[in-house]
Design a protein around this ligand. Structure first.
Ligand code: SF4
Length: 197
C-alpha cells in the first residue's frame, strides 16, 4: 500500500490540524469570556485595548477583531457600561477619540489565560522556537496580503535589522534597545513597535 495514494494531500492535513488547534484555543477563550461575563468579541477588544496603554482608535480595534466598526462600537459601549473601558480625547489628534482600559479592565486582561497554552505546552523549547519562526513568517505574509490587521512584530518594525550578523547565534538587531537578537527573541506583539511602512 502506498500512503501517497491513500492520504489526503499534505496541505489538507495541515488545514485540518490547524483547525482542530484553533478550536481548542477558541473554546478556552470562550470559557474565560463567559466567566468574566463578556462575549468573545468584547473580551478580544478589551485585551487589545489593554495592551495599548497609550490609547487606540475604534477602527483599529475593529480591524484587530476582524469585525465591522458598528459591531465593535456596540462591544465598546458594553465594555464602557461595565467600567472596563473608557473613551477619551486622542493625545495625537484632539478631534479623535481613543479607547483606554480602566484599572479593572487592565486587571481582567492581565489575568486572562493563554488560550493556546495547552497547545504550546506540548512542545519542547526548541520546538517552540521553530514554531515561533513559522508563526512570524505566516504573520508577515498575511500582513503583506492584507489578510490580517497590522501586527506589532519585529519583522514589520522600523527598529528591526534583519540578519545583519549572518551565521551567528544572534543574527538580528533591535535598534530600539540597541541589542542583538536570535530568532527566539523575535516578538509578536511588542509595545515599542513602530511600523516600518
Ligand atoms: S522595538 Fe520591539 S518590535 Fe521593534 S525590533 Fe525592537 S523588539 Fe522588535
Amino acid at each position: 500500500m502506498n500512503f501517497d495514494k491513500i492520504t489526503e494531500p499534505l496541505d489538507q492535513r495541515l488545514y485540518d490540524g490547524l483547525t482542530r488547534l484553533a478550536a481548542v484555543a477558541r473554546q478556552l477563550d470562550w470559557q474565560a469570556a463567559e466567566s468574566a461575563g463578556l462575549s468573545p468579541t468584547q473580551a478580544d477588544i478589551l485585551r487589545f485595548v489593554a495592551s495599548r496603554p497609550e490609547g487606540i482608535r475604534l477602527t483599529a480595534a475593529a480591524a484587530h477583531a476582524g469585525i465591522r466598526k458598528a459591531t465593535a462600537s456596540d462591544a465598546v459601549t458594553t465594555l464602557e457600561n461595565k467600567s472596563l473601558l473608557r473613551k477619551q480625547t486622542d493625545a495625537t489628534d484632539g478631534r479623535a477619540i481613543a479607547l483606554k482600559a480602566t484599572a479593572k479592565g487592565k486587571r481582567i486582561a492581565r489575568e486572562w489565560p493563554a488560550s493556546f497554552g495547552p497547545v504550546v505546552e506540548c512542545l519542547s523549547e526548541s520546538e517552540q522556537e521553530s514554531l515561533l519562526a513559522l508563526v512570524i513568517k505566516m504573520i508577515r505574509q498575511l500582513q503583506q496580503r492584507q489578510l490580517i490587521a497590522p501586527q506589532r512584530t519585529c519583522v514589520t518594525c522600523r527598529h528591526f535589522r534583519e540578519n545583519v550578523a549572518p551565521g551567528t547565534s544572534t543574527p538580528h538587531f533591535c535598534a530600539f534597545v540597541d541589542a542583538p537578537m536570535a530568532e527566539r527573541h523575535l516578538r509578536v506583539d511588542c509595545p515599542e513597535h513602530e511600523s516600518a511602512a
